[in-house]
Design a protein around this ligand. Structure first.
Ligand code: ZN
Ligand code: ZN
Length: 373
């Protein structure tokens, strides 16, 4: 095994081993996993119908079972060669049947994912198992990224950085073009730079639209003097990048420089607060305080950030209401914004990895105000 093995390929067995500790802590003998992203994380399987059973005790890997339907019979063999695969239409029912045959006692299920109907269909099987509600166990593991994941996130962020640099080089951001045209070109450039797709619907918001936090690109035309806000990301091997930059078309006005500097200062404060052991709410407060002190607290209308990985929004939430503390390896965004309805707004967003000491910045595009002549 080469030294960079952990970077080139995900170590699903190590992730399942980490999950076992959580199952023991939560007093269940096994976990029925039905969330497809969690199944991908634990096995590498990417099909659209699956269930997975993981036991809590060491040495139980021969009882780890992934179930999918006939459409994915070949795919599951290729993607998950190391685990027993069952083929059935109703995957969760088949898994519970097996757990019953193996006389498992307490089986956890993902109660934040399963529907009430699905739950009843499992209970009605009469296997004698005790089904125990668990919430977010695999999601908790997923908050701390392993080396492979950070490597893929780095690649996704690099594709987004390169695409924005190309867009600027090509002179594609100019008066007369529409938000939609610019957004499509940026997305195409991300794919040219290695993205398999977009991480989410690209936001290009010009002029007054920049004051709408989650504006969708329209046929609005870019004009001299506009703020142009880009919030976009690339998808690489299932991992999402997330970055926002706000540019100005032509010489900025004083109010534009002022608001830009304010958001930039708040964003810096947020990044500097990203330390192992810091409370998620504390990090939000660090950035929000800068904007509040300038009298614009009511114009920062969303949380400071979120975890990012196999999903664009995942735990932990970095907000006033956020719970828990940061751990090394967590990958989160820091994205304060200040919005003046009808006029314009600024948001600056980075994706970072929490490290001992300073966080590792993954989105490397400058945060100096970019003035597009
Ligand atoms: Zn974003
Ligand atoms: Zn974000």
């Amino acid at each position: 095994m080469s030294a960079d093995h952990g970077v080139r390929r995900p170590d699903h067995a190590a992730r399942r081993a980490a999950l076992r500790n959580l199952l023991v802590e939560n007093g269940v003998d096994a976990l029925l996993v039905t969330d497809l992203v969690n199944i991908r994380y634990l096995t590498g399987f990417t099909g659209s119908n699956a269930a997975l059973l993981v036991y809590s005790w060491d040495g139980a890997e021969d009882r780890t079972v992934v179930c999918t339907d006939g459409r994915y019979a070949t795919q599951v063999g290729e993607q998950v060669p190391d685990l027993r695969a069952e083929i059935a239409r109703a995957c969760a029912r088949r898994i519970i049947e097996l757990a019953g045959e193996w006389q498992t006692g307490r089986v956890g299920f993902e109660s934040h994912v399963m529907t009430v109907d699905q739950y009843h269909s499992l209970v009605d099987q009469g296997t004698g198992l005790e089904l125990v509600s668990t919430r977010g166990l695999v999601e908790q593991l997923r908050t701390v990224k392993d080396d492979y994941e950070v490597d893929r996130l780095r690649a996704a962020c690099a594709a987004a950085d390169a695409a924005l640099a190309s867009l600027l080089d090509r002179g594609a951001i100019r008066p007369g073009r529409t938000e939609r045209q610019v957004a499509r070109e940026l997305e195409w450039l991300m794919s040219e730079h290695g993205a398999a797709g977009v991480a989410f619907e690209t936001i290009v918001a010009a002029g007054p639209n920049s004051a709408v936090p989650h504006h969708r690109p329209t046929d609005a035309v870019l004009a001299a003097g506009d703020f142009v806000k880009f919030d976009f990301g690339a998808l690489v091997d299932g991992y999402h990048s997330d970055m926002t930059r706000t540019l100005v078309l032509g010489e900025p006005d004083d109010w534009q420089r002022e608001i830009y500097d304010l958001v930039r200062g708040a964003q810096r404060a947020g990044r500097e607060a990203l330390k192992p052991g810091a409370g998620c709410a504390e990090v939000d407060v660090a950035a929000r305080g800068v904007i509040e002190a300038a009298g614009h607290g009511d114009r920062f209308v969303h949380g400071l950030g979120h975890g990012v990985g196999l999903q664009i929004h995942e735990a932990p939430g970095i907000a006033k209401t956020g719970t828990g503390t940061l751990l090394p390896g967590m990958t989160v965004t820091v994205e304060p914004g200040v919005y003046f309805p009808g006029r314009g707004g600024v948001r600056i967003e980075d994706t970072l990895v929490v490290r001992e000491g300073d966080p590792e910045l993954l989105t490397l595009t400058t945060k100096d105000l970019i003035v597009v002549d």
